[in-house]
Design a protein around this ligand. Structure first.
Ligand SMILES: [Mn+2]
Length: 461
């Protein structure tokens, strides 16, 4: 896919604005996509020798910004916020975003808003915030940040449903394979290719409850049955160690197991559920958390959730050595936090069932990991229903939804469903087919769950 001509012109215009500005401030979102977008832009500005400052913020902070610099750039945010509230007669703003744009009125100053959605391109599967930042860098003939454009898309779960990168994401991927930065591998759709022993990685399979789900012993038995050694000497083998033949065996066995387990209407989606493209960074060592881009995005998320975005930027800009040790420690903290919270939900039996959905309410889990946790416990509940995590706060409730990819492959788009239901209770929301979220006013949680439950009648199962 090529950049649509009108959008391409927009990037050229952005280039001209940047070239004629000396004092630049960048705001970017605090998630993997936003952090990576920030790294791309700041790499660009550094190389241009432009004075700049970068700040990572939450979406709800945008409308409180005081514009003080000659040029302000927003990456991975801005489109869904009321920017007009912060513009002044001499403000100059560039927005590089891929979230649904708000209509603009009463704008002061200059605003150049570049958003794929305004060009008929889906912003949840075809290009990320970092992808937009990379397309701008391309206008300056900088191609070597393309791997970050790919990382952004993966961090934003743009490939999560189909297991592939499509549209403009694919164009960015091609730029980086051409440079030899990324190698594409046809693989099983199992997370942890480089760092998890294969039997551990298998036990996290949770789109459908299988005997191996949350069961390492069963996973080992499965590998033994297939004649796939899980150890090589003293070392546990990872997915990346498996031969093509071994992967094929495992693929067929998983397809067989799943076909026995799922209702007939889902059977046709099973091959898609089990296979996916994986992306290896060729410059990184095997068995490290930065080699596989899915694991890399987890590492960036770990930094963000531990409020150490600076570390994420150092890693993205190529620092290794001590930075890697710090990353390891941050990642360990992150994993421990997630494990504790999953255990909390289990021991306190927080997961409740409704007819068409399951949910947990909590005041004890950080907002920015509720979605991750919801995804982790799909395998503990009923995979046929989506899981909704509600983070109850005084000022409002953060809602995160995750579901088995089978539901989304079958055509349910929870991102649009959750947006409509959230609006009905006075909130807002959106996102991907299988991973999305919302903010709703305090006290509307039960109403929200009831409306959502009703809206799913006859659609799942
Ligand atoms: Mn994004």
């Amino acid at each position: 896919m090529k950049t649509p001509p009108r959008l391409d012109k927009g990037f050229l215009k952005a280039k001209n604005i940047i070239e004629s500005s000396e004092d630049i401030k960048v705001y970017s979102h605090r998630d993997c996509d936003g952090i990576t977008a920030g790294a791309i832009i700041s790499t660009l500005l550094e190389r241009l020798g432009k004075e700049h400052e970068i700040e990572f913020i939450n979406l709800n902070q945008v409308e409180n910004i005081k514009i003080e610099n000659e040029l302000t750039i927003f990456t991975d945010m801005g489109s869904g916020q009321r920017i007009e509230e912060i513009t002044t007669s001499n403000s100059k703003i560039i927005i590089l975003d891929h979230h649904p744009p708000l209509p603009r009125k009463n704008l002061k100053g200059e605003l150049l808003e570049l958003n794929p959605i305004n060009h008929g391109i889906d912003g949840s599967t075809q290009i990320s915030g970092g992808g937009m930042a990379y397309l701008l860098s391309k206008k300056f003939n900088q191609y070597d940040t393309s791997w970050m454009g790919v990382l952004s898309a993966i961090g934003d779960l743009q490939n999560s449903l189909t297991g592939k990168l499509t549209g403009l994401n694919n164009q960015i991927l091609k730029d980086s394979t051409r440079l030899g930065q990324i190698e594409i591998i046809e693989d099983l759709s199992i997370y942890g290719r480089q760092t998890r022993p294969i039997f551990v990685a298998l036990s996290y399979f949770s789109d459908v409850n299988l005997p191996i789900t949350n069961n390492k012993t069963e996973s080992i038995l499965l590998l033994k049955k297939l004649g796939i050694p899980y150890k090589e000497g003293e070392r546990y083998r990872c997915l990346c160690d498996l031969t093509m033949e071994e992967k094929r065996k495992l693929f067929s066995e998983l397809v067989k197991m799943l076909s026995r387990e799922v209702p007939p209407k889902y059977v046709k989606y099973i091959p898609q559920l089990v296979s996916a493209e994986a992306y290896d960074l060729t410059s990184e060592e095997k068995y490290t958390p930065l080699r596989d881009l899915a694991e890399f995005s987890t590492a960036i998320n770990a930094c963000s959730r531990n409020n150490d975005i600076e570390l994420a930027i150092r890693i993205l800009k190529g620092e290794r050595g001590a930075a890697l040790d710090e990353l390891e420690s941050v990642s360990r903290t992150h994993r421990r936090y997630l494990a504790e919270k999953v255990e909390l939900i289990e021991t306190e039996e927080l997961l409740k069932q409704k007819k068409n959905l399951q949910y947990f309410k909590t005041t004890e889990i950080k907002d920015n990991v509720i979605g991750t946790i919801a995804g982790m416990i799909i395998g503990y509940g009923d995979w046929r229903k989506p899981i909704i995590g509600l983070g109850i706060r005084e000022h409002g409730t953060k809602v995160s939804l995750r579901c088995s990819r089978l539901l989304a492959l079958d055509g349910i788009h929870f991102g649009s469903i959750i947006r409509k239901i959230a609006e009905k209770v006075g909130g807002s929301g959106g996102g991907h087919a299988m991973a999305c979220g919302a903010y709703i006013p305090p006290g509307t949680e039960n109403k929200f769950l009831e409306l959502l439950d009703n809206s799913l009648k006859g659609k799942i199962g």
